[in-house]
Design a protein around this ligand. Structure first.
Ligand code: KDG
Ligand code: MG
Length: 402
């Protein structure tokens, strides 16, 4: 089973997506997501210029060997652009393997460990009243887990608070827009928001919050401690995690569980966090962490240390990534939660897929492979539009993590 064609498709049905489609000599096709928000064309070029020429004629059944060929063969290893490109090839090859076997990919990963994939949605609003209404909306839709983000008084905009409630598109301009941040205002306001949400919705709803890398370890320790009475399922990205040792300091101060990993490219970014049990949930994704093959490796390491999965699933990860994620989510023993930001109707039309939401759970497609495709004719109607993620500054103008 040889690869005879490899197409890199860039499309913008509301936002940019990069997709790799592989075709084999026996007529099977496979798709892989290659979207790296704000840096889409870098991955498209990496694939077109450096990877596709090495794929033609390659045996499509050799997933592990192809992964290592692309990882070790490039000499440079790691990095988000490389790992996203490898992920696209890997995901497409799993899709093909599933189709060749006549099975959904989760069967090839060991079969089901659960009936459905518990997902969380984003309840967000500028005001606490607005937040309560949004949480109620998600509860009415059947969600069992909700991420809560509220506007911070005194700040013009806040991460995670959007006008269009079911989708969140922070990459809002060709040249990055600038937001202003105050840790003091944020720390003063946030615990009160969660007190009201917990009070209104009771103990059973899973509540989550994304700090988006904005605090120092000791500030994160303080936030975690102040959130303890409200029993969060996790506090996400409390501090930038390049310095993995710094998580020890947060752990010394709080029992609020910690989730990190959406910007990780592979196992080396989280090895210490996992093996020293400095996090509770690893949020790496199929598309940015080397595909199904490599993410499975991360999750298996995590399982040894009682760390559960909590994969990133924002709208900049295409339905191809979501389809792949669900096959892993349903199969691994240490699944925790899956983020689920809905895509727009335009995006769903470009990427017809078989996964579906019911009663707070997502269910992977049952057809052979991943159960997702790209409509290339429709995709061609949405040309690429430059869109970058914002930057963030403190009130005195100092550049801060966004
Ligand atoms: O591309 C960046 C977004 O995916 C990110 O800002 C969303 O943090 C995010 C999340 O948890 O969904
Ligand atoms: Mg996040």
């Amino acid at each position: 089973m040889k690869i005879v064609d490899a197409r890199v498709i860039v499309t913008c049905p509301g936002r940019n997506f990069v997709t790799l489609k592989l075709v084999t000599d026996d007529g099977l096709t496979g798709v892989g997501d290659a979207t790296l928000n704000g840096r889409e064309l870098a991955v498209a070029s990496y694939l077109r210029d450096h990877v596709v020429p090495t794929l033609i004629g390659r045996d499509a059944s050799r997933i592990e060997d192809t992964w290592n060929y692309l990882y070790k063969g490039a000499y440079w290893r790691r990095g988000p652009v490389t790992m996203t490109a490898i992920a696209a090839v890997d995901t497409a090859l799993w899709d093909i393997k599933g189709k060749a076997a006549g099975m959904p990919v989760y069967q090839l990963l060991g079969g089901r460990s659960r009936e459905g994939v518990t997902v969380y949605g984003h309840a967000n609003a500028e005001t606490v009243e607005g937040v309560l209404a949004e949480v109620a909306r998600y509860v009415d839709l059947g969600y069992k887990a909700v991420r809560v983000q509220a506007g911070v008084p005194g700040l013009a905009t806040t991460y995670g608070v959007s006008g269009d409630k079911m989708f969140y598109e922070p990459a809002d301009a060709a040249v990055p827009t600038e937001a202003v941040w105050s840790t003091e205002r944020y720390l003063a306001h946030t615990p009160g928001v969660f007190a009201q949400v917990r009070d209104e919705f009771g103990p059973n709803l899973k509540l989550l919050h994304d700090v988006h890398h904005r605090l120092t370890p000791i500030e994160a320790g303080r936030l975690g401690k102040s959130l303890e009475p409200h029993a969060l399922t996790w506090m996400e990205d409390p501090t930038p995690a390049e310095l993995q040792d710094s998580l020890r300091l947060i752990r010394q101060h709080t029992t609020t569980p910690i989730a990190i990993g959406e910007i990780f490219s592979g196992i080396w970014d989280c090895q210490q966090l996992i093996t020293e049990q400095l996090i509770d949930y690893i949020r790496a994704t199929v598309v940015h962490a080397g595909g199904i093959t490599h993410l499975r490796r991360i999750f298996d390491l995590a399982a040894l240390y009682q760390v559960r999965s909590g994969s990133h699933g924002a709208t900049d990860l295409s339905p191809v990534c979501m389809s792949a994620a669900l096959h892993l989510d349903v199969a691994i023993p240490n699944f925790g939660l899956q983020e689920y930001m809905r895509h727009t109707a335009e995006t769903d039309a470009v990427f017809p897929h078989g996964y579906h939401f019911a009663d707070g759970y997502l269910h992977p497609a049952e057809e052979p492979g991943l159960g997702v495709d790209i409509d290339e004719d429709l995709a061609a109607q949405y040309p690429y539009r430059p869109a970058a993620l914002p930057v963030n500054r403190l009130e005195d103008g100092t550049l801060h993590s966004w």
